[in-house]
Write a protein that binds this ligand. Structure first.
Ligand SMILES: CC(C)(COP(=O)(O)OP(=O)(O)OC[C@H]1O[C@@H](n2cnc3c(N)ncnc32)[C@H](O)[C@@H]1OP(=O)(O)O)[C@@H](O)C(=O)NCCC(=O)NCCS
Length: 222
């Protein structure tokens, strides 16, 4: 397998970076659906639906039909969670990567390249909280995973933050992005919050996890 190297984003990376990000998010749709099916709240709601239809109709066939319909209807809803997130990113910061991450002085976007092909991305941008940097847009191409590329990308962001005197790095990931959770925990991040991103997210038992890693530099002088 070709060696990889980390380098700053260039304009020629635009399409590959956007595609890599979108694929990295959309691949979690089946896991999000499984997560919903395993959630006690969802199972209870399904049972309640079956019981209600059974009581109203007086026989099992419509009750089971309603359960199947509910399960089928959940799939596009779960998918829409991921597609709307991807759409929003592609229409905001990833629409003009140069303006979002290359031109601002305290932001950056790195790519991992192997054999002349873009295989990983990560970005950093100041968070709303002063003195805190946010890590975003982490994604590694499927056939290049397990080689330590993401770990090196995280360290690049940590170095960047320390060099600029930031006191902490924050990021968000989701309940189903287990590889990402392990990655960040292995790099010293700890989970500091969990919340549903929307009413739909809440209905689908989907949560966003917030992570934070303090840096030795302490709070940044403003
Ligand atoms: C999460 C992701 C970026 C990891 O990329 P990677 O290059 O394969 O990760 P690395 O090889 O650098 O692994 C670093 C650590 O991550 C964790 N990790 C990586 N893949 C894992 C997996 N499949 N299961 C559990 N932990 C995993 C491990 O802790 C690993 O350390 P170890 O090798 O000492 O066990 C990659 O799976 C990905 O792009 N996923 C889809 C997009 C995504 O979820 N992005 C995160 C957005 S917040």
């Amino acid at each position: 397998m070709a060696q990889y190297r980390i380098r700053p984003y260039q304009d020629g990376d635009y399409e590959a970076a956007r595609t890599l990000f979108a694929c990295g998010i959309l691949e979690h749709v089946p896991a999000t659906y499984r997560h919903l099916l395993q959630a006690g709240r969802a199972q209870l709601a399904l049972l309640a639906l079956v019981a209600a239809v059974r009581a109203a109709a007086g026989c099992w066939a419509p009750a089971l039909g309603a359960a199947v319909l509910a399960l089928l209807a959940a799939w596009p809803l779960v998918r829409s969670l991921a597609t709307s997130y991807v759409q929003e990113a592609l229409e905001t910061d990833l629409r003009d990567i140069r303006a979002a991450y290359v031109e601002p002085p305290d932001a950056s976007f790195w790519v991992a390249e192997a054999g002349g092909v873009l295989v990983g991305t990560v970005a950093a941008v100041p968070a709303p909280e002063p003195g805190v940097l946010e890590l975003k847009r982490m994604s590694v191409r499927r056939d290049q995973r397990g080689r330590g590329i993401a770990r090196v990308l995280v360290r690049e962001v940590l170095r960047f933050a320390e060099a600029r005197g930031y006191g902490a790095v924050v990021l968000s990931t989701s309940v189903v992005q287990v590889a990402a959770q392990r990655l960040y925990e292995g790099q010293g991040f700890r989970r500091v919050g969990a919340a549903s991103p929307s009413l739909l997210g809440s209905l689908l038992c989907f949560q966003i996890f917030d992570y934070r890693r303090e840096l030795p530099a302490g709070p940044r002088a403003e």
